[in-house]
Design a protein around this ligand. Structure first.
Ligand SMILES: Cc1ncc(COP(=O)(O)O)c(C=O)c1O
Length: 390
């Protein structure tokens, strides 16, 4: 049922208050949005049914905790990733970014340095900056021939020596699509241990991993769990980001209490009832949809490489080991991200500019290939025309 034809069909999202499709500052009507990281596929029927069933009860008052929802998440992580989570280790969040921000506030003081590997998803930077902490950027190591990135452990050690009080990690990594290996994660955790700093690991992209890769949760690294908060969500995996619901997993009781205190201070209280219904269905009844999706995306990442070679011969695409995001080095075209974005708007395609991920992203663009292949192909054709026209 969730075969190539299902995902090829996609879903018309125009005029649905979709940030990706309906935000006119980025893209004009008729454009092809390959930017915001959600997908243009219908979500699994079990999710739609769960939301509809809840909507039939005509009262939408405050919700209480749902242990069966927690069990659903726990079962999913055990089944899909072999990770054991106990119910008391879970903390509900409105979204993953809230977890990043609350974690920064809980584990550091104003003025403290927080280390991140860059380029990285914009809200990593904002979580530190907007809370009056100092960003300590550690550039990932880039192989200029292949475009593949490596963890810069020596750079991270320098940041820790320089006083960083917390590490934020994106795993798998957005935007450079790296699936961190067990060895890399172990080495990073050893550093966190040696310098006695906590680690917040955003694992929202854990389910978008392509063979032969295998996802390793940081919580499974021996000795790491006691200083780590892992952030996860059904939102990205099952394409339900607009419902807003995520979770933090923290085995350290003191850290968990500190995180909870921040959440309480910010006024987050109960979960969104539709999101709770959707997440429970997602975690229990949608494996087949997810397997179909990952298979489809695997084909699309190969297509993405081919389209880059065909339409953007001067660009270098970073190998995609995970996520549905492709990181393109377009520096050979000699344009800034702002210039490319302007041309893209006029040319009917929207991408995410590399500078959203940090200053070393200048001249890079990120393409979201979580859409039907026909749309991706047309978007890349337009991009190629725009870039190659001069
Ligand atoms: C690494 C990463 N973390 C978090 C998010 C956003 O998650 P949420 O909507 O739950 O805040 C995204 C979305 O693109 C992401 O790529």
């Amino acid at each position: 049922m969730f075969d190539e034809a299902f995902f090829d069909r996609g879903i018309d999202r125009r005029n649905t208050l979709s940030l990706k499709w309906d935000e006119r500052t980025v893209m004009n009507e008729g454009g092809i949005p390959l930017w915001v990281a959600d997908m243009d596929f219908a979500c699994a029927p079990a999710i739609v049914e769960a939301v509809q069933a809840r909507a039939k009860h005509a009262c939408f008052g405050y919700s209480t905790d749902d242990p069966s929802g927690d069990e659903a998440l726990i079962g999913f992580w055990k089944r899909r990733h072999g990770l054991a989570i106990a119910p008391e280790e879970l903390l509900m969040l409105p979204c993953v970014v809230t977890g990043l921000k609350a974690g920064v506030r809980a584990f550091t003081k104003p003025g403290d340095g927080v280390a991140i590997f860059t380029p990285v998803y914009g809200p990593f930077h904002a979580s530190i900056r907007l809370n009056g902490r100092r960003i300590m950027p550690v550039s990932l190591l880039r192989d200029e021939t292949t475009g593949r990135y490596d963890m810069n452990l020596a750079g991270m050690e320098d940041a820790l020596k320089g006083g960083a009080k917390l590490i934020l990690l994106c795993s798998p990594h957005n935007p450079v699509s790296r699936l961190w290996t067990k060895d890399e994660l172990t080495a990073l955790c050893r550093l966190a241990e040696r310098y006695d700093v906590p680690l917040i690991c955003d694992e929202i992209h854990a389910d978008f991993v392509f063979k032969p890769g295998v996802f390793t949760s940081v919580l499974s690294i021996p000795g790491a769990a006691d200083r780590t908060v892992m952030l996860c969500s059904a939102s990205k995996t099952f394409n339900i980001a607009g419902l807003l619901q995520a979770a933090a997993v923290c085995k350290n009781e003191k850290m968990r209490a500190a995180l909870q205190a921040e959440m309480t201070a910010a006024g987050t209280m109960c979960g969104n009832i539709f999101a709770m219904a959707a997440a429970k269905a997602a975690y229990t009844a949608c494996d087949e949809w997810l397997d179909g999706l990952v298979g489809y995306l695997d084909g699309s990442r190969a297509l993405m490489k081919q389209l880059t070679e065909q339409y953007l011969p001067r660009a270098v695409m970073t190998p995609v080991e995970a996520t549905f995001l492709a990181w393109l080095d377009m520096r050979a075209y000699g344009k800034t991200c702002a210039q490319i974005a302007e041309k893209c708007k006029a040319g009917g395609v929207a991408l995410t500019g590399g500078t959203f991920f940090g200053e070393e992203g200048e001249g890079f663009m990120r393409v979201n290939f979580g859409c039907p292949r026909a749309l991706l192909t047309e978007g890349m054709r337009r991009l190629g025309r725009i870039m190659e026209e001069e």
